[in-house]
Write a protein of this length. Structure first.
Length: 235
């Protein structure tokens, strides 16, 4: 089956877009990136909302079909022709349901319990509430950042404990999985909010550092994306 044209609507710093870039790069699936500038509000423009009614990134357009939600995109790449079976497979084999569950636990911990609670729209609401209760704009903004930092720290405590049972070279065993695909972008976010990951979460730091060095993973890094501003850009 011929590979359909894939277009990824992405923002360089979005951790959910970063997940999808990692999976596409690891599997060597070609795609075109279309940047959506979240800070300029491009995700709320009517034309984009037709592809993604949730008004968030990422969206992967497969041929003419838009798929939103990074979990749906990642599972689509694992399960659907012509991509299914492409190495590396990012879910353990069906013969190992316990390992599959361990991967899903980590993905859920990050994708359901951390990222949505510290998302841009939530931070804006935290800041707006702070303003409502009389804080200055500066304090209100720092309240939003504090919220994100604390949310990630609390979530990473859980991930760090889980890794004690599951980690090998990577987050679950010795092969890269979707757990790594979720973890590395969240580590990037953690650092942005001032968390010293190496100091506070050594197991997370170790496995994510190993994963980050895979060339296909490195190419998905936010600072290597076409919409990364020049002052942050890396080669
Ligand atoms: N559950 C969604 C979450 C998507 C999401 O939160 N995207 C963020 C960037 S990582 C976004 O577009 N935020 C823009 C906004 O909140 O306005 C997924 O996994 O794709």
């Amino acid at each position: 089956m011929a590979s359909p044209v894939l277009t990824l609507f992405s923002y360089f710093r979005s951790s959910c877009s970063y997940r999808v870039r990692i999976a596409l790069n690891l599997k060597g699936v070609p795609y075109v990136t279309v940047p959506v500038n979240l800070h300029a509000g491009a995700q709320r423009e009517a034309e984009y909302a037709l592809k993604n009614p949730g008004k968030k990134v990422p969206t992967l357009v497969v041929g003419d079909t838009p798929i939103s939600q990074s979990v749906a995109i990642l599972e689509f790449l694992e399960e659907s022709p012509p991509f299914e079976g492409k190495e590396p497979r990012l879910m353990p084999s069906r013969d190992d349901p316990v390992k599959r569950a361990a991967v899903r636990v980590l993905c859920g911990q990050i994708g359901c319990d951390i990222q949505p609670v510290a998302n841009l729209s939530v931070l804006r609401r935290v800041s707006a509430l702070s303003r409502h209760f009389g804080q200055t704009a500066e304090i209100a903004e720092s309240e939003g950042k504090k919220w994100a930092k604390e949310t990630i720290e609390e979530g990473f405590e859980v991930v760090e404990t889980q890794l004690k049972e599951t980690a090998g070279t990577f987050a679950v065993g010795d092969k890269e999985t979707l757990a790594d695909v979720y973890l590395l972008p969240q580590v990037y976010n953690a650092k942005r909010f001032g968390i010293d990951v190496a100091q506070s979460f050594p197991r997370i730091a170790k496995v994510s550092d190993t994963f980050s060095k895979i060339p296909a993973v490195l190419a998905a890094h936010p600072h290597r994306q076409p919409d990364c501003p020049p002052e942050l850009r890396e080669q």
